[in-house]
Design a protein around this ligand. Structure first.
Ligand code: HEC
Ligand code: HEC
Ligand code: HEC
Ligand code: HEC
Ligand code: HEC
Length: 521
């Protein structure tokens, strides 16, 4: 978190433009729209959340028009309730320090590999130390702050505060460095670069880090995780609902600029698109770290990482009790008996995305065949020798990642209405009730069911009975994250690990079997 001294520094260094901006705002006159733009986003600087705090701390009544669109208290939500604002601080708390000791490394040094996910991207931090013009308010201690998700602010800070900014295309905003988080795939790509990993951005949790004490990165469904940040924004539907009680609401001003159709179930769409992006992200991570010719290894600069890194395989395949009867023996083995399979919890829900597309166009069924072929290629490469034949795994994973990216793009431009979501919810429950899912995949399915269910609201028949079963599933799989800054991941870790260790697919399947008839058409 930034301190008062930081605010003072900005006040001195950047007072003029911001005061001009704030003053024009107070007078209700947005600055004139600039006409030309020529910027390459790679050169845009990060400013620091202290800037954003100037206007995004507390809503000003004179910004009535803007309040239809944004809450203007986002900084307060982030700094008071969002764990992301603790991400850097936590490196220096008990668990972070214990990890540092076990790794024998300074976790605050860029080369140790923690900062990419717990602060600004390492590349940015490095640029800032060589670039004398770096915005002075930029502060690593902000942790994961506004610009980590929204993009570096230098080029858009001034004009974005005008209501005409909303009318600009996502491409225009992106050119100036602002990420189009309204796009489900771009949003998911952002979150998952840290919540799964991205070696190009130097964001990788290695097995060495896990063994030193990093909490296992759980599976993630972006709509639910967004809720649990908790959200500092409204969905389009929520903005519209608010507008019903607001005489000033101007649907044109709020909705007209949107490149994404509003009359859809947004969270359901985000859940399915983000599954495809999660599959892409996991496979890209695998591809980048393997010695294939399709993807040159770049792990030399990721500290401590040698192929094959255990962290790319399913944790519980190695870390579990031996027991009898054994559900793993009953389930069978995807690669070969006794060889750990690679991480691929996203594929079950991603396959649902393919089925969604096939409801629009029967030809899309072919995609399912393609997906099966990609899965088989990964399995063959993993089976070939212990921990897989690296070259083949890399090549297969790179192809699968490209395919999943294509799937996400198709899903992003297809429509998710109530009828469709009702149908795929039923499908998901039915298919998952017939499959032995591992813990991460089961949670991913659980969160996705919740996202669909909450979007359907009163339109779901048997709603109350459905919810009773969902509450049970939620507690069995710990679907409720320790939301908020005051509920630490660290403190709940032993419980979380116990649930993970004791998980058996049978209970989840039974729950889903009792859910299925309630959803039948
Ligand atoms: C000078 C005041 C001011 C500052 C400083 C400021 N904002 Fe804003 N911001 C606004 C206002 C006002 C709006 C709403 C504009 C409108 O009416 O559409 C806004 C809108 C936004 C939006 C929505 C944009 C869109 O395209 O729909 C985002 C995201 C945002 N701000 C993020 C940030 C971040 C991140 C920072 C810090 C780097 C920041 N803002 C700094 C005043 C400010
Ligand atoms: C790929 C991104 C990534 C990297 C690299 C990474 N982390 Fe994390 N870290 C996360 C995420 C995401 C979480 C939250 C996990 C969850 O939701 O349970 C987390 C959680 C933590 C926590 C628990 C925080 C709490 O609230 O109790 C600690 C401590 C931690 N990381 C330390 C480190 C250290 C030290 C390093 C470097 C050795 C590191 N991390 C590297 C992404 C990363
Ligand atoms: C972990 C990622 C993340 C962080 C950190 C973050 N945001 Fe956001 N923010 C989002 C997402 C995702 C949205 C939803 C985008 C959408 O649907 O329009 C959003 C929406 C917003 C909006 C409303 C835009 C709209 O179209 O409704 C504003 C304003 C905003 N953020 C400002 C901020 C500010 C200021 C900070 C820092 C104090 C911040 N955000 C930190 C991810 C983040
Ligand atoms: C720059 C890396 C980064 C990005 C981008 C990012 N996160 Fe995180 N996220 C983290 C880290 C690190 C933590 C753990 C923070 C801590 O407790 O120290 C975390 C924690 C969380 C938590 C709390 C998890 C728990 O178990 O309580 C949620 C929820 C979350 N993130 C959701 C999101 C969503 C949704 C997005 C995208 C809109 C996103 N994150 C983007 C790094 C990131
Ligand atoms: C291929 C098998 C394998 C996979 C897959 C694997 N590990 Fe490990 N793990 C090991 C071995 C071997 C050790 C060293 C055990 C020892 O020192 O006693 C270890 C040690 C650990 C330790 C420290 C020792 C302990 O029991 O507390 C943790 C924590 C850990 N792994 C977490 C993970 C996580 C999280 C994942 C998944 C992201 C994972 N491991 C995947 C084999 C594996």
């Amino acid at each position: 978190m930034h301190g008062r001294s930081n605010r003072m520094r900005i006040a001195v260094l950047f007072a003029l433009p911001v005061v001009v901006l704030l003053t024009t705002y107070a007078l209700g006159q947005p600055p004139a729209e600039p006409k030309t733009f020529t910027t390459a986003s790679s050169e845009i600087r990060y400013l620091g959340s202290a800037y954003c705090s100037l206007c995004h701390t507390q809503p000003q009544p004179q910004l009535k028009n803007s309040l239809q669109h944004v809450w203007l208290n986002e900084f307060t939500t982030w700094s008071k309730t969002d764990k992301h604002s603790l991400a850097f601080k936590n490196l220096k708390e008990e668990r972070g320090l214990a990890m540092a000791r076990r790794l024998g490394k300074d976790v605050l040094k860029a080369e140790t590999g923690c900062l990419g996910c717990h602060s600004a991207s390492v590349a940015e931090v490095m640029r800032s130390s060589t670039d004398k013009n770096q915005g002075d308010a930029f502060n690593r201690a902000d942790g994961v702050s506004c610009e980590n998700c929204h993009g570096p602010g230098e080029k858009w800070l001034g004009e974005h505060a005008s209501s005409w900014w909303r009318t600009k295309s996502p491409a225009h905003k992106a050119e100036l460095g602002m990420n189009d988080l309204r796009s489900p795939s771009i949003q998911a790509e952002k979150c998952l670069s840290c919540h799964i990993g991205n070696s190009d951005e130097k964001k990788v949790v290695t097995h060495a880090m896990y063994a030193a004490g990093h909490p296992p990165l759980p599976s993630i469904e972006v709509a639910t995780y967004g809720d649990q940040i908790p959200r500092h924004w409204r969905t389009l539907q929520e903005k519209r609902d608010d507008g019903k009680n607001n005489p000033d609401y101007d649907p044109k001003a709020v909705e007209n600029h949107l490149a994404y159709e509003g009359d859809q179930l947004e969270r359901s769409k985000l859940a399915v698109v983000s599954a495809a992006i999660a599959l892409k992200t996991s496979m890209a991570l695998l591809a980048k770290e393997s010695n294939s010719s399709a993807a040159k290894p770049n792990h030399e600069d990721v500290p401590g990482l040698g192929w094959p890194d255990y962290a790319r395989f399913d944790c519980t395949s190695c870390h579990h009790e031996l027991e009898r009867p054994s559900w793993r023996q009953d389930r069978g083995f995807t690669s070969a008996p006794g060889r750990p399979p690679v991480v691929r919890w996203p594929s079950f829900v991603a396959a649902l995305g393919v089925e969604k597309l096939a409801t629009d166009d029967p030809k899309a069924k072919l995609l399912l065949e393609e997906m099966k072929a990609h899965e088989a290629a990964i399995d063959d490469a993993t089976r070939a020798k212990p921990f897989g034949r690296s070259e083949d795994m890399g090549a297969a994973a790179a192809k699968y990642a490209a395919w999943a990216d294509g799937l996400a793009k198709k899903l992003e431009t297809s429509k998710f209405d109530g009828k469709l979501v009702t149908a795929i919810l039923q499908r998901l429950v039915q298919e998952a009730s017939e499959t032995d899912l591992d813990y991460d995949a089961a949670r991913h399915v659980g969160w996705t069911i919740w996202a669909f269910r909450s979007d359907l609201g009163k339109n779901l028949k048997n709603g109350e009975e459905v919810d009773r079963i969902l509450v049970r599933i939620s507690s069995e799989l710990r679907l409720q994250l320790p939301t908020g800054r005051d509920q630490s991941i660290e403190k709940q870790l032993s419980d979380a690990l116990r649930t993970m260790g004791e998980y058996k697919p049978t209970a989840f399947r039974e729950d889903l079997k009792s859910l299925a008839p309630l959803l039948a058409p």
